[in-house]
Design a protein around this ligand. Structure first.
Ligand code: ADP
Ligand code: MG
Length: 615
């Protein structure tokens, strides 16, 4: 039988390797920056156009390459960094596979200029899809400049798979952070579409973190230092009160290499236990130095996954080191967020007889209050309500074919069914609902008992409201008398700029989104002035997370995030008017049965069900 297996031609083999190393523009940035670091550079410039799709250029002032090396560097498995397998266990450099440049050259147009200190002139090479198309002598400063254009020009499927420029830029920024953070002594410049977005002077670790993540970091960082036989831990953690809902400011570096380690992350979180809310993450910038022979970096092409010889010990050391720092800097007060002081029973009361507790309700609290905004939509809103009820009835009618459902309406005191939906003011029907355990709003309907999950129902209502506003731009803004100043770091600013139009549509107004300090001049009616910072923070966090699954539109993602952050919660007291509005607004929704997160919003317990209980 004839052989059917053949050796793949070089360009094909290279594309396969590229598939591993080069997933997106950010991968190229990582490889080029690491090469620049390995070359001993003291100044590195990163230049990006269109999220790296059009151009990625890294200019360094490192050792450069001779003419022969320059050509060789693009061969697969050509590296100056290791010479034997043994070297793999004693790595001092970032690179070692000798594959990156070859992989990049296979799928892009690469232009390299390089010169060593002892050569008067340098080498200029152009390579397209692994082929050298030109080689010249060039006058160029000492060091290397590599530009990568038209990434994936010969793999359209991959090129099409790339996300928007903004998303790709965010991945690039992440890689930039990771390299810049471990090399504070190196100066970095980062230009995007012609404007400088980072200018990081040579400095120390702490200042580098502040330069990268913004001046607000200055007073948040707590130093961590511990040296044991197994590991030297250094770096910073953020004070617990600045724990964020987003993951992002969490960095582990092992032997100066950014690594991902869910296991060690857990150790840090464990040290913060009881100090931060369970849905928030502590910020940290931790440098672990271990014996190079006790860490295996060679398990994944991107080298962010590593294996430590003794992870358990590392875990224990890390946890106690951080606890120690938290204690030492006196940032560990006893906090209990879930604790409700109202539930405290003084010991002496235990023996006393039970008395009916006095219920106090904050009558002025009304999460649905929208003042003028509501007036505008009042009439159409009621029309919608009716429609909503019809929908409900239709749906249920089909399912159950039960005559009783034909009159699913809230029974009002006046027995005048339906009046609720024909233009009268809500107050007249206040007795129609009550709140159960600050969690459910209960009402009666003809067929039985309607139980609404207040949080989920309100999420649904807000979700549809915001989705509408984002798309038709009708959000009502509440102008702030005194603009509120909030500080954001560059990455947060980038996100804010990305979602600015949607935010404006729902009522946010910003003076400018260029500088770290942002002046907020208007907010949606729903958002209390005191909560603006929190709402924006959480919004960005949710938005980032939503981006990961990538399947839904920006509008939908924002509407979801807003609804989640602004909806009344379990535990909130709702006054009569709010309860009634909740019921009405829910059934005015297009999809009242499910929350935006696909959870059931209400249930009807039928008279039959109740009857059964009495048998
Ligand atoms: P690796 O970094 O794993 O060795 P690369 O394909 O990234 O493999 O690079 C191949 C070789 O090219 C390196 O070993 C190094 O000798 C040389 N090289 C790459 N980039 C630079 C640079 N910016 N300055 C000097 N030499 C470089
Ligand atoms: Mg390399």
């Amino acid at each position: 039988m004839a052989d059917i297996i053949k050796l793949l031609p070089d360009h094909v083999a290279n594309q396969i390797a590229a598939g591993e190393v080069v997933q997106r523009p950010a991968s190229v940035v990582k490889e080029l920056m690491e090469n620049a670091i390995d070359a001993g550079s003291t100044s590195i410039k990163l230049i990006i156009k269109d999220g790296g799709k059009t151009l990625i250029q890294v200019v360094d002032n490192g050792v450069g390459m001779s003419e022969t090396d320059a050509r060789l560097s693009f061969e697969r498995h050509a590296t100056s960094k290791i010479s034997s397998a043994q070297d793999l266990f004693n790595l001092e450099t970032k690179g070692f596979r000798g594959e990156a440049l070859a992989s990049i050259a296979a799928i892009a147009h690469v232009d390299m200029q390089t010169r060593t200190a002892d050569n008067e002139v340098g080498t200029h090479l152009k390579i397209e899809g692994s082929k050298i198309v030109s080689q010249d002598v060039v006058a160029t400063p000492k060091g290397t400049s590599i530009s990568v254009k038209n990434l994936f020009f010969n793999i359209p499927a991959r090129r099409n798979f790339l996300k928007s420029n903004q998303v790709e830029l965010r991945h690039i920024t992440d890689e930039f952070h990771r390299v810049a953070m471990v090399h504070p002594d190196v100066e970095f410049h980062f230009y995007n579409n012609g404007s400088e977005i980072f200018n990081l002077p040579s400095t120390k670790y702490r200042q580098r973190i502040v330069h990268v993540f913004g001046s607000k970091m200055e007073h948040r960082l707590v130093p961590v230092n511990e040296e044991t036989e197994v590991v030297k831990v250094s770096g910073f953690i953020c004070k617990p009160e600045f724990a964020k809902k987003s993951r992002g400011e969490q960095f582990f570096f092992a032997n100066n290499r950014f690594i991902k380690s869910p296991y060690l992350h857990h150790a840090v979180v464990a040290a913060f236990e009881g100090l931060i809310k369970s849905d928030t993450y502590p910020g940290y910038f931790l440098f672990l130095d271990v014996d190079p022979s006790s860490i295996d970096i060679n398990i994944h092409p991107t080298k962010t996954e590593v294996k430590f010889d003794d992870e358990n010990t590392l875990y224990a050391i890390l946890r106690s080191t951080i606890k120690h720092s938290l204690g030492q800097f006196n940032v560990a007060p006893v906090l209990d967020f879930d604790h409700d002081p109202n539930l405290d029973t003084p010991y002496s009361y235990k023996e006393k007889g039970a008395v009916i507790p006095k219920v106090t309700v904050d009558a002025t609290f009304n999460p649905f209050q929208e003042t003028s905004a509501k007036k505008n939509t009042g009439s159409s809103f009621r029309k919608q309500s009716t429609k909503g009820w019809e929908d409900l009835y239709e749906g249920l009618g089909n399912q159950h074919d039960n005559h009783e459902f034909s009159s699913v309406v809230i029974e009002s005191e006046s027995e005048e069914q339906g009046t609720l939906y024909t233009g009268e003011d809500a107050e007249e029907h206040m007795a129609g609902t009550f709140q159960l355990r600050r969690k459910y709003v209960v009402s009666t309907v003809r067929s039985g008992m309607l139980v609404i999950h207040q949080n989920r129902a309100h999420e649904r209502i807000l979700f549809e409201k915001f989705l509408g506003e984002i798309t038709v731009k009708e959000g009502v803004s509440q102008q702030l008398l005194f603009p509120l100043e909030l500080t954001f770091n560059k990455q947060e600013l980038a996100i804010l700029n990305e979602i600015k139009d949607s935010l404006t549509n729902i009522g946010f107004a910003f003076q400018s989104l260029e500088e770290e300090t942002v002046k907020v001049t208007g907010v949606p009616m729903m958002v209390p002035e005191s909560g603006i910072g929190t709402v924006l923070d959480r919004l960005m966090a949710d938005y980032m997370e939503g981006y990961a699954d990538g399947s839904i539109s920006q509008a939908e993602m924002l509407a979801k995030a807003l609804s989640r952050n602004l909806a009344v919660r379990t535990g909130d007291v709702l006054d009569q008017e709010s309860q009634l509005m909740l019921v009405n607004n829910l059934f005015a929704c297009k999809e009242p049965t499910l929350s935006p997160f696909q959870k059931i919003t209400y249930t009807i317990i039928s008279e039959g069900d109740i009857d059964k209980k009495f048998n």
